[in-house]
Design a protein around this ligand. Structure first.
Ligand code: PBG
Length: 332
């Protein structure tokens, strides 16, 4: 009998295809990364990320309400801090009246059901643009972890639902869990950026926050390769995710997204907690640029990438496309 198999039977029309579709996308799969600046009524588009803005707290809150109405249930918050507040201790990071802490309070007051996940890392506060404290020309692990604990506790005090360490210091999840518990925040979760690669895909993000490692004339590492992972490696991604789960992370994240879907699948198989994926700034910029030139179909590529990230094993996706994709899903 020829042919033995007719796989095309299940692809005949959209109704059949929808019956056998293995993966579906919903706005609740997305988290939206937001950049916050000081001031009022500020909305500044990031040149390398068309459609993405740095907003002051008042306009951020409005945007969060719109996102919630579209079915999006989590935001990742990043702040752009003025240069005079940056030093080598990162102390502005745990100022109870800092920009991040005020932003968290304002969002939770206006849209209490939106899950707020502030970024925990020192780079926006570092005069060197590094994710930690520099000592003897290196990013020092343990003193940085102490600073991150103070930072995370101040986020919890401001009302954060989860803290999201993106620094890649060793042992930080355990110390954050202990620090949050000791301060009475047993229910504040940890979403750990466990498998975060040293990636050129973060370029536009560093433009947005002005946080790229700086040329200061002093001896400091010129890039983040002593703490973020080597993109040639997979075993250490599994190891990092398993360690973070053991240390008490509630979710782990793989970052970037589409070039790392093998890692997403392996991490998903290795841990028994939700895996998040960060579809990062450079991935967003590439699609926007190609679509602007008319070389790719923007909406189709956007949905294909998000669906494929989910198919690979992501339970949730942090993406600058969250709002556009949610609108598209609503109108379908
Ligand atoms: C910093 C941080 C970065 C991103 C998220 N948190 C940049 C970096 O590590 O240099 C990048 C996200 C993106 O590119 O969208 N702790």
């Amino acid at each position: 009998m020829f042919p033995l198999h007719r796989g095309r039977r299940l692809r005949q029309n959209e109704s059949i295809r929808s019956l056998v579709r293995e993966t579906n996308l919903s706005p609740a799969d997305f988290m939206f990364p937001m950049f916050i600046v000081e001031g009022e009524n500020q909305e500044i588009e990031i040149p390398s990320m068309p459609g993405i803005f740095r907003r002051s707290i008042d306009l951020t809150v409005k945007e969060v309400q719109e996102l919630f109405d579209l079915g999006i249930r989590a935001v990742n918050i990043y702040v752009k801090v003025s240069d005079d507040l940056k030093d080598n201790t990162g102390k502005e990071a745990w100022n109870p009246d800092g920009l991040m802490q005020r932003a968290i309070r304002a969002i939770k007051a206006a849209v209490p059901e939106m899950i707020v996940m502030p970024d925990v890392a020192l780079d926006p506060y570092s005069m060197y643009g590094h994710d930690g404290i520099i000592k003897n020309g290196e990013v020092e692990n343990d003193s940085t972890v102490d600073a991150l604990v103070k930072m995370a506790v101040s986020h919890a005090q401001a009302g954060a639902d989860f803290v999201a360490p993106s620094d890649m210091m060793d042992g930080r999840v355990l110390r954050l869990r202990e620090g949050l518990d000791a301060a009475g925040f047993q229910n504040v979760g940890i979403m750990s950026y466990s498998a975060k690669y040293a990636s050129a895909f973060y370029g536009p993000f560093r433009d947005a926050l002005d946080s790229a490692p700086k040329e200061t004339g002093e001896v400091v590492p010129k890039d983040k390769k002593t703490y973020q992972m080597d993109y040639a490696n997979r075993i250490e991604a599994i190891k990092e995710a398993v360690w973070d789960a053991e240390e008490g992370a509630d979710m782990v994240m793989v970052k970037p997204g589409t070039a790392y879907l093998d890692i997403v699948r392996e991490v998903k198989d290795a841990v028994n907690i939700p895996v998040a994926v960060y579809h990062v700034s450079g991935e967003y910029a590439m699609i926007k640029a190609a679509a602007e030139k008319g070389w790719l179909d923007h909406d189709k590529i956007m949905m294909e990438q998000l669906m494929c990230i989910k198919r690979a094993g992501a339970s949730l996706i942090s993406t600058y496309f969250a709002k556009e994709a949610a609108v598209l899903l609503r109108n379908q």
